[in-house]
Write a protein that binds this ligand. Structure first.
Ligand code: FUB
Length: 461
């Protein structure tokens, strides 16, 4: 019996899932972009309860560590394109000369056909404007992917059921020459049987990039369900050679869609599945895996996991952190904040937010949060290791008279040392308790008190 008890005590708790990346809404068609030490993740947005690809806007998320993701809301929607009527489907954003260009497929109201639009912004998180006021190009096909070769020449590939490319001009909003069709051969894209109108595995969702002198096209293959496959080429326009499977058919969504980056010395594969509660083919969620290219540059076959990528570094809890920076959550949602950015809301008793790998070092002495409540408030319990983990502090939030009427609360903390997963667990009565905009730990009495402490330390007070 004592041996059994001992085993129970020392058995570590199972690792908590961090995949899919976002739980506050359904996301699809990931397009990651590395910029200034962060990964910006551009996604589509499946409406709750959707029974078709009913998609009206796109979303942006960002992360410095690939596990804690910050919500940047929706800086691009169908309404950005006055000429678009529906179908905010799979796109990709890229940076060039101080601007971010986001290429997306949408339905052209005037023609009823799918067209490619381009939106532009000076910030990776928008807001984005329609760069042209009309489609960049239109041939009824979808899923643009963009890359800039070492020569400076940019290429846009897209297509379903065919595969096309154009050479973009340096302004990124016009192109030279006519759209060119890539020959879909069995050697280039694998053979499909039983479908004479689609003789190769190529289906849609190309992701074209260059790495170590090799051009890659990672694409959704052979609907339905799709798997992810890839081809390589010695040049940006081919000739392509089929290389095999990147990710088999898995995950409860009949589509999949790839995005591939290198970040901080690692390689990462983004995709989508139907893994969230209520998830499926039209309620998808973006997830990520870390992988290593084989020495010859080929891509290993990988499976979907619930663990996701390992954290790159740690999160600094002594720097102000947006409440909408989340590794995992249950019960909460996000919304635009009157103070800028987003806040977390719709918080009820028992809901929680996980922030992974918070580096407390020698210890935190206090916790400060920016909060609001139109009711009588509640409590923020600060726990380590799990939603029921060690309690290191409790902050009481009063009613403030409105969900966007913000005040700052500070409470003492004890026992938060080392690098731990932090859980903000919310407690109180029934109904919605409070909103939270940002939070920050301090080694002393709280951020507001730090200047005073410094002054008294210097003998100035
Ligand atoms: O999200 C709508 C469509 O589903 C995308 O354009 C395709 O790539 C597929 O994922």
């Amino acid at each position: 019996m004592s041996v059994l008890l001992c085993l129970v005590v020392v058995t570590p708790a199972p690792a908590r899932a961090d995949n899919p990346i976002v739980q506050t809404s359904y996301t699809a068609d990931p397009a990651p972009l590395v910029h200034n030490g962060r990964v910006y993740l551009y996604t589509g947005h499946d409406e709750d309860g959707s029974t078709y690809f009913t998609m009206r806007d796109w979303r942006v998320w960002s992360s410095a560590d690939l596990v804690n993701w910050t919500d940047h809301d929706s800086p691009l929607s169908l309404t950005t394109f006055a000429w678009a009527s529906a179908d905010a489907w799979a796109g990709q954003a890229i940076y060039r000369d101080g601007r971010f260009y986001w290429y997306v497929p949408v339905k052209n109201r005037a023609t009823g056909r799918m067209a490619i639009g381009v939106a532009v912004s000076q910030s990776p998180t928008g807001p984005f404007q329609d760069a042209l006021g009309r489609p960049l190009l239109e041939n009824g096909e979808i899923d643009p992917t963009v890359f800039i070769d070492d020569t400076g020449q940019a290429y846009l590939h897209w297509g379903n059921p065919n595969l096309w490319y154009v050479r973009l001009n340096a302004d990124m909003t016009s192109f030279s020459g006519a759209p060119t069709q890539v020959p879909l051969t069995a050697a280039g894209f694998g053979a499909r049987s039983g479908n004479p109108s689609r003789p190769t595995l190529y289906e849609e969702g190309p992701w074209v990039y260059k790495r170590n002198g090799v051009y890659y096209n990672v694409f959704a293959a052979e609907c339905c369900s799709e798997f992810i496959a890839y081809s390589t080429a010695p040049g940006p326009t081919g000739p392509w050679t089929y290389r095999g499977t990147v990710m088999p058919r898995q995950g409860g969504s009949f589509t999949n869609h790839a995005g591939v980056i290198d970040f901080n010395g690692g390689s990462y594969f983004f995709y989508h599945n139907g893994a969230l509660p209520g998830g499926g083919g039209y309620t998808r969620s973006v997830a990520v895996e870390k992988f290593s290219y084989h020495p010859d540059g080929t891509i290993p076959t990988m499976s979907m996991t619930t663990a996701g990528a390992p954290q790159v570094g740690t999160l600094n809890p002594f720097a102000r952190q947006e409440a909408e920076t989340i590794a995992w959550e249950t019960g909460v949602e996000t919304e635009p904040s009157s103070e800028g950015g987003m806040n977390v809301g719709w918080i009820e008793n028992g809901d929680w937010i996980k922030v992974k790998g918070a580096a407390f070092g020698n210890g935190a002495a206090s916790f400060t949060a920016r909060v609001a409540s139109a009711t009588s408030g509640g409590r923020i319990e600060l726990r380590l290791g799990g939603p029921d983990g060690t309690l290191v502090g409790t902050c009481t939030v009063p009613g403030t008279g409105g969900w966007q009427t913000w005040t700052t609360v500070t409470c003492p903390t004890a026992g938060a040392t080392g690098t731990r997963d932090l859980y903000l667990r919310f407690a109180g009565g029934s109904g919605y308790l409070l909103n939270i905009n940002w939070w920050q730990f301090a080694t002393g009495g709280g951020p507001a008190e730090l200047p005073l402490r410094r002054a008294s330390t210097l003998g100035v007070s």
